[in-house]
Design a protein around this ligand. Structure first.
Ligand code: GCW
Length: 685
């Protein structure tokens, strides 16, 4: 549809196309950013200026000493920093034909503006009582697994499916950071307030960001700052030796401590509002405190003490397990590892350490139990880590809307007799049974980003919805993920033919469950191809490997016995009632059955069907669903941007091909193992 003859295609505006600003931009708007507006306040004014110029409205910017005057406005936004509002929150009301947003600070003003943008015309309807909005988690972060150099196996963005890095090119931080500015704007609009800009696997070139590269990191921070986003770096625990030429990285060594303190001083001198460090230590080959006979509290506190004078935070990852396991060793269970390492350290971490825990005990699987570590450390700040990039969920070639997965995780009542949710723990909010006077501290919500320098940001254009939903759920974990999908559709395709919204809603709504149905069954995990970066089926791909992720299928049955009674004892890491619920076959939910139990193929599920027939049926049904999307998408040709249509069509064809491969391999594998015929009579090979 765009008339272009030369140059790269324009970058897709994601959920902020100009048309989405029409309801705001066509009105008479007054904004009073207040005396401490700073760069974020300027962003709000710039957004309103751009919107009103594009859509025929009018903007009045009130200087701090002005009074509102008597002209009528349709929308009035202002900061009232008197402590009545949450510093990042706002109150929106409609009365007497005027919509008002009163924010606690500049960030709240930005979030309030985007709240009105999202509501569109509905923000200017009937009068209503004040609606108070404030984020639940104080830190809402995205981690980038971006490398500066292009890694021979992982590419530039580890587990990235959307091209190269928006931050780095030609071996350094880009001179032109305009994509970063666009990205920062997108993040500010959904309330994300923190970004770590390099891979947690810190290679040699990226390590230098912490020292020689600080001027460049400062340039990146300058781009994020006006959108309320603080910059963080992933750093290597091995930095004192690698960058400082020291003889050791031992956390108890005074020279090591001095090196970190001096390094932190330089970082904050360059970037006074720098956020802090993200650290992957003793994990998949990264250096850590174990080499010196120290534990992870010693390691984390070393960095925490260096950054504390500057108000910095250390996000210390709990992803610590033996990645050199012998598959013959049936007693070692990778699922247990994080708890075994970290739970005994509760109470030993400094106040500015946040333990960053993946939502599941294994690794971002399409279906995993929620990690018991999240509830196991009441005296530690805990952040939960999600994965927006689709490493295990179809590499942004498959439609897989992850909002419902994250909503289930964040809302899961993991602690205090099933009264306190994961989101409450991560946000430091008490549950109904929290003892009075208990000191609860927030960690935050974090996730691995899915963007790259692709013209659609995310490879698959529909994967933009995952980034959107992540930010919105981090702001309000109780939000309905299906409503968030509609929000995203309305913003991204404003004014589109209603069939666009209907069709996309119908595909995307249940697409996570559809993906689950054609991949690994009933919570057994993996079965992905190690040689294709976890894409596509390979049922035994990890079965005889060192990675500790096995399904143990034999001729009689499948699944991992993680019970206390007869298995690895992992269920014992849960608080009541989950320890008992998962331990007992009779109460373990179907979808996690094979995560916790090894059962015969003829075991009858709560759904009434056998495990083997469930495997057969769901795979076939799911592929039927995916196939039905192709013609429905075809019917939208001409109703959405041509390039976007073509990109989605190409990806859908690949999804059908790949899902069919999954279906046929998984069904055939289990028929050959078990010898049990498929009662439905559908083909098996
Ligand atoms: O999911 C696994 C990935 C690795 C990643 C690691 C981690 C950055 O396969 O690519 O490394 O997790 O989370 O550290």
């Amino acid at each position: 549809m765009t008339d272009r003859t030369t140059g790269p295609p324009p970058v897709h505006p994601a959920w902020l196309p100009d048309a989405a600003f029409a309801p705001v931009g066509s009105r008479r708007v007054l904004v009073a950013p207040g005396p401490d507006a700073g760069p974020v306040g300027e962003t709000v004014v710039a957004e309103l200026r751009r919107a009103t110029a594009a859509h025929g409205g009018a903007l009045t910017v009130l200087a701090p000493d002005d009074t509102a005057g008597d002209r009528h406005h349709d929308l009035v936004l202002g900061v009232v920093a008197d402590g009545t509002q949450h510093p990042e929150g706002f109150t929106r009301r409609r009365s007497g034909g005027v919509t008002t947003v009163v924010a606690g600070g500049a960030a709240g003003l930005l979030y309030g503006l985007h709240d009105v943008v999202r509501l569109g015309e509905r923000a200017f309807g009937d009068d209503h009582a004040p609606v108070v909005e404030a984020p639940v988690a104080p830190v809402r972060m995205l981690d980038h697994w971006d490398n500066i150099d292009v890694h021979p196996v992982m590419g530039q963005v580890e587990r990235g499916y959307a091209g190269g890095s928006i931050f780095y090119a030609d071996g350094r931080v880009r001179d032109d950071l305009s994509r970063v500015a666009d990205y920062a704007r997108l993040l500010g609009s959904i309330g994300v307030n923190a970004v770590a800009i390099n891979n947690v696997n810190v290679h040699a070139t990226e390590a230098r960001l912490l020292t020689d590269g600080l001027a460049d990191v400062a340039r990146v921070a300058d781009v994020f700052r006006p959108h309320g986003v603080r910059t963080y770096l992933s750093v290597s625990f091995g930095s004192p030796m690698r960058l400082g030429g020291l003889a050791t990285n031992d956390p108890l060594d005074p020279d090591v401590q001095a090196w970190w303190a001096a390094t932190a001083d330089r970082v904050w001198a360059a970037i006074p509002d720098f956020g802090g460090f993200v650290v992957k230590a003793d994990s998949e080959g990264q250096p850590g405190p174990f080499a010196y006979g120290r534990d992870h509290a010693d390691g984390a506190n070393l960095l925490a003490r260096a950054v504390a004078p500057h108000g910095g935070t250390v996000f210390w990852r709990a992803f610590v397990y033996n990645h050199e396991q012998d598959w013959r060793d049936r007693r070692t269970d990778r699922a247990r590892a994080a708890y075994d390492h970290f739970a005994p350290l509760d109470g030993r971490f400094d106040d500015n350490v946040v333990l960053q825990v993946k939502y599941g005990p294994l690794d971002f699987q399409v279906r995993e139990a929620v990690s018991p570590v999240i509830a196991a450390m009441p005296r530690t700040r805990v952040a939960v880590e999600l994965q927006v990039t689709q490493e295990y969920t179809g590499h942004q070639k498959h439609v897989c809307y992850l909002g419902p997965l994250w909503s289930d995780v964040l809302g899961f009542p993991l602690a205090e007799d099933a009264t306190r949710t994961v989101a409450e723990i991560a946000s430091g909010l008490p549950g109904p049974r929290t003892p009075e006077g208990a000191e609860l501290q927030a960690g935050g919500i974090t996730a691995v980003s899915n963007v790259g320098d692709d013209e659609f940001w995310t490879g698959h254009p529909l994967a933009q919805a995952n980034l959107y939903a992540y930010g919105r759920l981090a702001w309000d974990p109780s939000a309905d993920p299906v409503a968030l999908l509609d929000e995203w559709l309305d913003l991204t395709f404003p004014g589109a033919d209603p069939r666009v919204r209907e069709t996309l809603h119908a595909f995307m709504d249940g697409s996570w469950l559809t993906y689950e149905k054609y991949t690994a069954p009933l919570g057994v995990c993996f079965m992905v191809d190690p040689l294709r970066g976890h894409y596509g089926p390979n049922v035994d791909g990890y079965e005889y490997s060192k990675w500790g992720t096995y399904h143990f299928a034999d001729r009689d049955g499948i699944g991992v016995d993680r019970t206390v009674a007869t298995g690895t004892g992992f269920t014992g890491q849960y608080q009541a009632p989950w320890d008992a619920v998962y331990e007992d076959l009779a109460t373990c939910p179907d979808e996690l059955l094979l995560f916790f139990h090894h059962v015969p193929y003829q075991h009858v599920l709560k759904s009434g069907t056998t495990v083997i027939q469930h495997i057969y049926d769901t795979r076939a049904d799911a592929v039927d669903v995916v196939e039905s999307w192709v013609s429905r998408w075809e019917a939208l040709r001409g109703l959405v941007d041509d390039r976007l249509h073509a990109r989605v069509a190409e990806r859908l064809a690949e999804q059908v091909r790949s899902a069919t491969e999954w279906r046929d391999q998984v069904r055939t594998y289990f028929f050959r193992k078990s010898g049990v015929p498929d009662a439905s009579g559908r083909p098996i090979y």
